[in-house]
Design a protein around this ligand. Structure first.
Ligand SMILES: *[C@@H]1O[C@H](CO)[C@@H](O)[C@H](O)[C@H]1NC(C)=O
Ligand SMILES: *[C@@H]1O[C@H](CO)[C@@H](O)[C@H](O)[C@H]1NC(C)=O
Length: 337
């Protein structure tokens, strides 16, 4: 069964209902919203309502930027995806729920997700935590410390997708990829990744590997990592690990209509804006970026020096949707022709 209906003849509110979930994109304002008066809006409005209200009032530069990003995303989805797929609970695994502040955050590894998880632990922790950076990173990643949208019933999922502020943070795709490579394959402590992925990569993509390399998997080169990513066999066997899986596949931005698309490049400003919408500015401050080991664009360009144009092109095609959907331009260092 499939039916589409628009409610309230108001700007771009559509809702497709197939067999699973009703994903509504309340882009600008719902009928309900336009009927509100300011007194009821002021008291206890949700972050989504605040966003909608802000967008009808005079816009700040941050708001205008965010609205531009969201419209570009919608437009790119419209022109680049043909068939509408239905979401399953499995697709919602990366969405973290804050029922108190009515937030849905899709976490993308290597895009400040540890800090966002820490912030959400403060927000949902009933006073257990106060200072995000006091929460050990590994604790922020323990399944069960935060709730995923996939754990809820269909009705609860639909209600949250409709009424909560949905946001995601993205990053230049190749910078994110190099960051994942450096973190998982060049740090000696990441033995789990070396064993799980490194050994396989070396076995398949290195000519004449040493026995020790095959055993430990701890010296994968970026080139070998790229061969692994573009090898069709890799994704036939299992989905990519979340650290290098595309945002498109982790967060389904063409099916879940995010209200705010934050960027790593403007992390502090975008995060502050979301916390303000949530009325949580007093409760928690988003931690300022401090890491000096951070992967930069220049560093990323160096890693691509060793990759032949043939493989650069294959890799670009693999991550192409993330470039397009989030308005990242083709890196100048690539040799695509
Ligand atoms: C605004 O909403 C409140 C609560 O819904 C209602 O009591 C009040 O009469 C409304 N005021 C106006 C001017 O519509
Ligand atoms: C897309 O990126 C270009 C180049 O960086 C920028 O000038 C433009 O404002 C961006 N568009 C949107 C909608 O963010």
């Amino acid at each position: 069964m499939s039916k589409c209906f628009a409610f309230g003849a108001i700007i771009l509110v559509f809702c497709c209902h197939f067999s699973y979930f009703c994903i509504c994109c309340v882009l600008v304002a719902s009928e309900q919203f336009s009927g509100w008066n300011s007194s009821s809006v002021k008291s206890g409005r949700s972050p989504l309502q605040s966003l909608q209200e802000n967008e009808q009032l005079e816009q700040s530069a941050v708001q205008a930027t965010l609205q531009g990003r969201r419209e570009l995303l919608e437009e790119t989805c419209r022109t680049h995806t043909h068939k509408r797929r239905v979401l399953s609970p499995e697709d919602l695994r990366h969405l973290i729920v804050d029922d108190k502040h009515k937030l849905l955050y899709c976490y993308v590894p290597k895009v400040a997700c540890t800090n966002w998880k820490r912030v959400l632990m403060v927000l949902t922790g009933d006073g257990h935590y106060r200072e995000p950076l006091a929460i050990p990173a590994n604790e922020a990643h323990i399944v069960g410390n935060l709730r995923s949208l996939s754990e809820y019933s269909t009705a609860e999922i639909n209600q949250r997708l409709r009424t909560y502020l949905k946001f995601v943070f993205v990053r230049e795709p190749f910078e994110r990829l190099v960051s994942a490579y450096r973190n998982k394959f060049t740090r000696s402590y990441n033995t789990a990744f070396h064993k799980r992925y490194g050994t396989k990569i070396i076995q398949r993509h290195r000519a004449d590997p040493q026995a020790e390399a095959l055993e430990k998997g701890n010296d994968v080169s970026f080139e070998e990592f790229v061969y692994y990513l573009v090898d069709p066999q890799t994704q036939k066997e299992e989905p990519f690990n979340e650290h290098w899986e595309r945002v498109h596949s982790l967060c389904h931005p063409c099916l879940i209509h995010y209200d705010v698309v934050g960027k790593y490049e403007t992390l502090v400003q975008d995060s502050r804006y979301i916390l303000k919408l949530a009325g949580a500015e007093e409760e928690v401050k988003f931690p300022a970026m401090s890491k000096s080991t951070r992967t930069t664009g220049d560093m990323t360009a160096k890693f691509f020096d060793n990759i032949s144009p043939f493989y650069q092109k294959k890799l670009f095609n693999l991550y192409r949707m993330d470039f397009l959907l989030f308005n990242y331009s083709v890196p100048a260092y690539l040799k695509l022709r």
